[in-house]
Design a protein around this ligand. Structure first.
Ligand code: NDP
Ligand code: MG
Length: 397
């Protein structure tokens, strides 16, 4: 029996994780579930999974949850410090990091520092802290397993030795030429470019293949998601620029690939359903049933591939450039994107403004070195402030 904490239990990844956990009552017990403000949904999950602790964002939500859970043994706590504490608590072996955005950084790092098996969905946490994140894992001996479908696919296609060296592996020494990240191109892949500016949040959240939270759905439409994944892959697989490529694959059947020096390409395929990578991470080294049916190749149709069009996806170019520019750039880009996407979802800016705002934020002079998490968080706040200024500018032109 292994004990699991799910950070962001009420989200899309949280739900998929609990769906897999529900299928294996003899293998997993839930230690803690966390949410921000969806109290009713969290209460339902607590009644079903009976965690020892439930965490919410603030005191008001905690009081509501407490009331809904009257008679249950679950302890209700709230706030960032509580999140950090449950992440590090000795009662759990596995922490699923599935809070959205940089808000997940501190609890994710707390799980790493406590040496947990960390199932990483919260890519923004790695994007904003890169080298420091990896250094914390090396120091504590935490085991990081990638949940993001592309990174999980790559992980599955890597040699055994490389899988044990997350963040430090040497791809060339493992006979690997490069990694190929696939991306569907999102809902606007074929839209005439001049129509992009008028796209609404509802249209941007209509992903052709995957069902996900709203922020990552917009990131998929701009392909900032693939950009963040590019940065995520750079850190997880210790890539050099020539070892990381992106290919558009609209059917989302192949979830990513590894090109070996002998000409072999290993690919992981499956349905576009996050329960597959989640079950893979939860089951290691064994395989678990996830509830996801196999692929039916007589219905899959043609699998097609093309290079990304950077005129359609300027966010992708910004992310690739930031990745090799350094930590300050990726921290600022992530913060700018989080603020801009929220403004877009609240209908304060248009779809194409997201890339413009991010580009403006990156024009600021950035620190050349960052040595601590405190400095990272200070830069993250500064970048959010620059973004709010940039939002006003794009709205005034
Ligand atoms: P959702 O928006 O569906 O869920 C986010 C979760 O985080 C919710 O439980 C939410 O609580 C909680 N949360 C939000 N803000 C805060 C905060 N400030 N502090 C604490 N908790 C917070 O997101 P997804 O599940 O789609 O994505 C989660 C992460 O996984 C993201 O980093 C995303 O990039 C990554 N990911 C997602 C995939 C997917 O298919 N969805 C695929 C690959 C990666 P509440 O519900 O109360 O608001
Ligand atoms: Mg992904």
């Amino acid at each position: 029996m292994r004990s699991i904490t799910i950070l962001g239990a009420t989200g899309s990844i949280g739900e998929s994780t609990l769906d897999v956990v529900r299928r294996h009552p003899d293998s997993f017990q839930v230690f803690a579930l966390t949410a921000m403000s969806q109290v009713t949904k969290l209460a339902q999950l607590c009644r079903e999974f009976k965690p020892e602790v439930a965490v919410v964002g603030d005191e008001t939500s905690a009081a509501q949850l407490q009331q809904l859970l009257a008679g249950e043994a679950t302890e209700v706590v709230y706030g960032e410090q509580a999140l950090v504490q449950v992440s590090a608590a000795r009662q759990s072996d596995i922490v699923m990091a599935s809070i959205v955005g940089a808000a997940g950084l501190k609890p994710t790092l707390a799980a790493i520092d406590a040496g947990k098996t960390l199932l990483l969905a919260n890519k923004e946490a790695l994007v904003v802290s890169g080298q420091l994140f990896i250094e914390h894992a090396i120091k504590s001996g935490a085991k990081i397993v990638p949940v993001d479908s592309e990174h999980n696919a790559i992980f599955q296609c890597l040699p055994e030795l490389a899988r044990q060296q997350i963040g430090t592996m040497k791809l060339a020494e493992q006979g690997i030429d490069y990694i190929l990240l696939t991306g569907s191109g999102g809902p606007f892949r074929q839209l005439p470019l001049e129509q992009l500016a008028a796209q609404t949040p509802a249209a941007a959240c209509q992903h052709p293949n995957w069902s996900m939270g709203r922020k990552i759905s917009v990131d998929s439409a701009t392909m900032m998601n693939k950009g963040l994944e590019y940065i995520e892959a750079r850190w997880l697989f210790n890539c050099q620029p020539e070892q990381l490529k992106i290919v558009i694959h609209p059917q989302s059947v192949i979830h990513s690939m590894v090109q070996y020096i002998d000409g072999s390409v290993l690919a992981q395929m499956g349905q576009p359903d996050m329960r597959t990578p989640i079950a893979h991470c939860l089951g290691l080294p064994e395989r678990l049933r996830s509830g996801v049916p196999g692929l039916n190749f007589s219905e899959t149709g043609a699998l097609t591939f093309s290079p990304p069009d950077f005129a359609r996806y300027p966010c992708l170019q910004l992310a690739i450039d930031s990745c090799w520019q350094g930590q300050s750039a990726t921290t600022c880009l992530n913060a700018a994107n989080e603020v801009a996407v929220e403004a877009f979802l609240n209908e304060q800016i248009g779809f194409t403004h997201i890339a413009q705002v991010c580009a403006r934020v990156l024009e600021h002079e950035l620190p050349s070195r960052i040595d601590s998490i405190e400095d990272l968080l200070a830069l993250d706040s500064q970048a959010r402030q620059w973004t709010r200024q940039a939002l006003e500018q794009v709205n005034n032109v």
